[in-house]
Design a binder for this molecule. Sequence first.
Ligand SMILES: *Cc1c(COP(=O)(O)O)cnc(C)c1O
Length: 442
Amino acid sequence: MNYYSTNGKAPIADLQKAVVKGLAEDRGLYMPERIEKLPKAFFDNIQDMKFQDIAYNVASNFFGEDVDEDALQDIVYDTLSFDCPVVEVKDNIYTLELFHGPTLAFKDVGARFMARLLGYFLRRSGSTCGCATATNSTVNVLVATSGDTGSAVANGFLGVEGIHVYVLYPKGKVSPIQECQFTTLGQNITAIEVDGVFDDCQALVKSAFMDEELNQHMKLTSANSINVARFLPQAFYYFNAYARMKALGKADNLVMCVPSGNFGNICAALFGHEMGLPIKRFIAANNANDVFYNYLQTGKYEPKASIQTLANAMDVGDPSNFARIYDLYGKSHERISSLISGATYKDEQIAETMRQCYSETGYVLDPHGACGYKALEEGLQEGEIGVFCETAHPAKFKEKVDSILGTDIEIPARLRAFMEGEKQSVEMSKDFADFKHYLMQQ
Ligand SMILES: *Cc1c(COP(=O)(O)O)cnc(C)c1O
């Protein structure tokens, strides 16, 4: 399969190049040239299939031309060693729990899949991954994080041969539960504690990608949701949701509601829809960061600075995957707004929704999932069944959740285990010269 850039000015790439490079030369996002429909027989039998088998069918539709069958099967099965169940919250409203992976967040699937696919390409090509003239054959993944992405990427890549991960995070601005998930791992994961804010971390990573001397010295790549290998596998979730709802006899008028920040997750759902997944319509649920919501109302896309909210993994003022959605529907506002509707909630509404849902149903929402639940409560029409994604386990935001609900929610054993590990990190200033000097010595 060939991949083109949404900016239309970069050469066509094959899958390997798209995965290794992440962003195209013209700073556009890679898009597959074709999206094939899955056969009717697949949808007829999907309710009897396991998550892993469903996912393998979806994966081979995207990646089958470029990855050996056995290898792809291993990558999918190894990535999905956990379940993503659908749970009824109340009448006609279900949640798709995406938080049963190693770091209890939905980003685990994309991160693990990408790590394994990159590992496969490195082995297959004997480490000449087409990504530079760099002298050292290790591929170095740089990732800036405000909390959640770093833990999913670090755990996804942990122990993968030929790859080293540097997680840059703002000192003192990440919760202790989040910090321990990427600072205690060791092996091929290095945590870099930057004396600055998240934007400083991101600026260091961007400068590193653009520094010629550094790129001669080492192979660098990114692992955020601009990467096709990270966002596309999230489509697995939606086929599984459909299968589980079909098994319940509730799949006819499905509305899929996705709490969104960079729009990678919902974009994967939309790719699934293009593959024939029978979802009636979609809702993108946002916190107070309302750029996409405004686009739906006005047809104008006007990025702005992000606002800090309770649902902080969705604090994005210029969602990177908007470019993919825009391209997917031929830049047509009409097509986009007739399939997707929006919702935006302020912190008080998020907190109130969490309290109301807990007292009414007993279900503990995290602040991100709360946006999805609220959007369905408000937006579901007669005869429709809604499924919203729970994108993180509420214990990842324990302090906030407990103070809003007056609870003392239990921290799952997997999270506690991270908290018992020993923190290791490299202190760094926000000055690029220091970061570069450090990398040049590796
Ligand atoms: C990353 C994240 C989101 C937003 O996902 P996008 O793919 O960026 O839209 C929502 N909730 C949680 C908990 C996240 O970590």
